[in-house]
Design a protein around this ligand. Structure first.
Ligand code: NAD
Length: 226
């Protein structure tokens, strides 16, 4: 079978470099172009089956419109989008498959699942809060992953759960959900030690996306966790 051809957007960044390194070791993938700030995606887009975007939130809308116009599958790892930026992406879903996830690691997607189950079990009498820690260069706070954990908690509990963001040193990404009630506490923690877990998940999502019908998917769909 011929490899899935991908374009990496945000190629010079921390995630972009990791994605390229991981893809190079995968015979099922071929990186056909590396795009960063100032490069023209239009010139290379016809070479690809899928675009993997880990750049900046301001770039995602343009990438999404081009992917839809040229009927290319899209994987979005970039975080921190506002409502207007999200709307542009949601508008392209009728044309192409989009896998959009705040976190592509298998462990974090397991944390999402466990958080839902724990919230259902302990019930609304317990308090629930989210704590996340990242490196000092991270632009958005709280992280997209922390916001997703808040959404899961709100969906189950019907009320907001606070999130606390710490920016320290070179931490790749730690997330803890703390449930508490007088007399006991339950903590669910995921710690990412390298960016490879995100990169491998996003590349797995790209291979999966090219076989899907147009629509919005996330890593839970890719992993079959629904
Ligand atoms: P980074 O700052 O190291 O890299 C971003 C890159 O995007 C830079 O090289 C920058 O030059 C480039 N860029 C800027 N404007 C661009 C444009 N218009 N077109 C193309 N490229 C452009 O950041 P990072 O740590 O690699 O993270 C990138 C994004 O991925 C962030 O939003 C981060 O929160 C997110 N992220 C998501 C996951 C996940 O699993 N979903 C995991 C880690 C990081």
């Amino acid at each position: 079978m011929s490899p899935v051809k991908v374009i990496i957007c945000g190629a010079k960044g921390r995630m972009g470099r990791t994605l390229i390194a991981c893809a190079q070791g995968d015979p099922e993938l071929q990186v056909v172009a590396e795009i960063d700030q100032g490069d023209d995606l239009v010139k290379v887009i016809s070479r690809a089956d899928a675009i993997v975007d880990f750049s900046v939130r301001e770039a995602t809308a343009t990438v999404a419109k081009l992917a839809a116009k040229h009927k290319k599958a899209l994987v979005i790892g970039t975080t921190g989008h506002g409502d207007q930026e999200k709307k542009v992406v949601l508008d392209v879903l009728k044309a192409i498959p989009v896998v959009w996830s705040a976190n592509f690691s298998t462990g974090v997607n397991t944390l999402f699942w466990l958080t839902q189950k724990a919230a259902e079990i302990v019930g609304n009498e317990w308090e629930a809060e989210v704590v996340e820690t990242h490196h000092t260069a991270k632009k958005d706070a709280p992280s997209g992953t922390a916001k997703r954990l808040q959404e899961i908690l709100k969906h189950v509990r019907g009320k907001d759960a606070p999130a606390h963001a710490l920016r320290i040193g070179d931490v790749v990404g730690d997330h803890t959900v703390i449930f508490g009630t007088p007399g006991e506490r339950l903590e669910l923690t995921h710690r990412a030690a390298s960016r490879e877990s995100f990169a491998r998940g996003a590349l797995r999502a790209a291979k999966w996306a090219v076989k899907q019908k147009p629509g919005l998917y996330d890593m839970q769909d890719v992993l079959g966790l629904r």
